[in-house]
Design a protein around this ligand. Sequence first.
Ligand SMILES: [Zn+2]
Length: 146
Amino acid sequence: MAAKFETDYYAELGVDIKAPREDIKSAYRKQITLWHPDKYKPDNNDNFSLEDFNNKFQRIQKAYEVLYNDITRLEYNNTRAVNIIKPISDQVSIREFNKNRNEYSYSCRCGDLFTITTDDIAEGYNSVECPNCSLSIVVCDLENIV
Ligand SMILES: [Zn+2]
């Protein structure tokens, strides 16, 4: 089973998890200026669409709302530890996987197998959960596969 990489509010603002509130505020101001839909220029957009700008703008606002408030920030940190930090515990190159037709597999510590298909890779999935235990890995070196 594969999961798409989750959005991390800290990564969204480009701040460290220990960043003080002032840093969160200044990072937010910087990002929100950069990604404001008014800044979108069809001729010079670095391959981003107006929709990308809108989405990014909304994610930055959401990240700021959550992280600037000490209570919601603490709640987020707790769920982040479970949803984001824990699963992405290890990186494994796709070259270390065993290939069987269109499926790649790699042995988990628990004895079960991580599996990712070429279809998963083509769709942009890069992390795999073990079907048996809670461990997940990030699969790297995927660019040569598809
Ligand atoms: Zn396992």
